[in-house]
Design a protein around this ligand. Structure first.
Ligand code: PLP
Length: 403
C-alpha cells in the first residue's frame, strides 16, 4: 500500500480549483469529478455525438467503439466479463431491473432475504413485489452496533430462498459485510445473490468473479463518474432468463407484428438511445480509481475515518454504529441538543458540505437509534486531514452554540 497524496489528487478536480475554500464531505451522496472524466464526456459531445450500435457512418462506429471500450473498463474494474455489464441510469435502476427480472413462480420459491440496513432503492422494489404477493420477505435486523452476523444469514437462508439482496457496504455507518461468504451460503441453498454495490464498489476492491455474485449494481456518480450512468452486472447465463424492465429500440434481432426475437446479453436490457457520454466518463472514472489503487484509497479513507472520529469525540458528538468496523470514511452522528439539518446548515455557512436526514435509509437509521435522522460526513480520496481540521474547528463552534 502506498501513501496517497490527497493534495496532489485535488489538483485533478476542477471543483477545487474554482472553489478552494470548500470542504466537501458528502461523497457518499455523490462524488466530485476529475478533469479526466469531464474532458472525456466533453470530447464525446464535441467530436462524436452520434448513436452507438445503429448508424453505420464513421461517427456511429466511433460511438460504438467508445461505448464498448467503456463497458470493458467497467468490467475490468470489478473483474467481470464485458458482456455481463448492463448500463443503467444508476444503482436504483440496476436493483429494480435485477429484482424484477426473476420469475419467482418459475423458480418455484419466493423467499427473499434482505436486511434493515438497506437503502430505499433495495427495500422499495422488494416491498412492491411483497404487496403484490409475489414474494415473501425476510428482513434481518442489526445489533446495537449496526452489525449483522453470518449466523443470522445462515439461519435465514434455506432451500426455500430464491434471492438475497444486500449491500456490500452501507450508506448509514460505512460498515461492510463479508459478501463473498454470504454468496456461498446463498449458493449452497440454491439461491441467487444481488449485491447493492453503490457504496462498496466506490471505496473497496470488488471482485465479481471471486466473490461469485449473481448480480452487482453500482453508480458512476459515487465513484468519480458522471450522474445518470451506472450498471447492473449480471452473470451471462442468468441474463438469458431475465425479463427486461424497459422494452424498445436496440434490443431485438427481428420484430414482426406477432412477435419479437430479443438480442442476448446486455443488448436485451439497454432499450433506446443510451447515455454514451456518461458511459465513456464512467469508464474513465474506473481507470482513474484503478490507477490510484483501491487498496490505497481504502487505506487513506480508514485514516481519515480515525481522524474524523477523534474530532467528533472532542465535540462530544453521538457517533452511530461500530467505530472499529468502518470500511470507509463515512460517519453518522448527532450533536447533543442540535437538529441534524441545523448542524448541516451551520456547517454550510462555513463552506463545509455534509448531509443530514435519513439518507434514503429510514429503517436503517431507526434501527441504529437515529430516530430523528443524523448528520453524515463522508470523505473520499481527495480529502485531506486539513479538511477534517477545518471541519472540527467549525463543529466545535456549532456545538458551543447549542450547549
Ligand atoms: C447503499 C446505497 N444503495 C443505493 C443507492 C442508490 O444510488 P443511486 O441514487 O445512484 O441510484 C445509494 C445512494 O446513496 C446507496 O448509498
Amino acid at each position: 500500500m502506498i501513501k496517497l497524496d490527497a493534495n496532489k489528487i485535488k489538483e485533478d478536480f476542477p471543483f477545487f480549483q474554482k472553489n478552494q475554500n470548500w470542504v466537501y464531505l458528502d461523497s457518499a451522496c455523490t462524488s466530485l469529478k476529475p478533469k479526466q472524466v469531464i474532458t472525456a464526456e466533453l470530447d464525446y459531445y464535441e467530436n462524436v455525438s452520434a448513436c452507438a450500435s445503429r448508424s453505420s457512418h464513421s461517427l456511429g462506429r466511433k460511438a460504438t467503439e467508445a461505448q464498448d471500450s467503456a463497458r470493458a473498463r467497467v468490467a475490468s474494474f470489478i473483474n467481470s466479463n464485458q458482456k455481463e455489464v448492463i448500463f443503467t441510469r444508476n444503482t436504483t435502476e440496476g436493483l429494480n431491473l435485477a429484482i424484477n427480472s426473476l420469475d419467482f413462480s418459475r423458480l418455484g420459491k419466493k423467499k427473499i432475504v434482505t436486511t434493515v440496513l438497506e437503502h430505499h432503492s433495495v427495500l422499495l422494489p422488494l416491498f412492491n413485489l411483497r404487496n403484490k404477493n409475489l414474494i415473501d420477505l425476510k428482513v434481518l435486523e442489526c445489533d446495537s452496533e449496526g452489525l449483522i452476523s453470518l449466523d443470522q444469514w445462515n439461519d435465514a437462508i434455506n432451500s426455500n430462498t430464491a434471492l438475497i439482496v444486500t449491500n456490500s457496504s452501507n450508506n448509514t455507518l460505512g460498515t461492510s459485510q463479508p459478501t463473498g461468504e454470504i454468496a456461498k451460503i446463498a449458493h449452497d441453498s440454491g439461491a441467487f445473490i444481488c449485491i447493492d454495490g453503490a457504496q462498496g464498489v466506490a471505496h473497496q476492491k470488488t471482485d465479481f468473479k471471486k466473490d461469485d455474485y449473481d448480480f452487482l449494481c453500482f453508480s458512476g456518480h459515487k465513484m468519480l463518474g458522471p450522474t445518470g450512468i451506472g450498471c447492473l452486472v449480471a452473470k451471462s447465463d442468468l441474463q438469458k432468463s431475465m425479463k427486461p424492465l424497459v422494452f424498445g429500440g436496440g434490443t431485438v434481432k427481428t420484430v414482426s407484428l406477432e412477435k419479437a426475437e430479443f438480442l442476448e446479453n446486455y443488448e436485451k436490457f439497454e432499450a433506446g438511445i443510451q447515455n454514451y457520454a456518461g458511459a465513456i466518463g464512467f469508464g474513465v472514472a474506473c481507470d482513474y480509481l484503478k490507477k490510484i489503487g483501491m487498496e490505497n484509497i481504502n487505506g487513506h479513507e480508514k485514516k481519515l475515518a480515525a481522524v474524523a472520529i477523534r474530532a467528533l469525540e472532542e465535540a462530544g458528538a453521538l457517533i452511530y454504529g461500530s467505530k472499529e468496523q468502518k470500511q470507509s470514511a463515512l460517519i453518522s452522528f448527532n450533536l447533543k441538543n442540535a437538529k441534524p439539518h441545523d448542524v448541516a446548515l451551520m456547517l454550510d455557512k462555513f463552506n463545509i458540505a455534509v448531509r443530514s436526514g435519513f439518507f434514503c435509509a429510514q429503517p436503517a437509521m431507526e434501527a441504529i437509534g437515529a430516530k430523528e435522522g443524523a448528520v453524515r460526513l463522508s470523505a473520499y480520496l481527495y480529502n485531506t486531514e486539513e479538511d477534517l481540521t477545518k471541519f472540527k474547528e467549525i463543529l466545535l463552534k456549532v456545538n458551543e452554540l447549542y450547549s
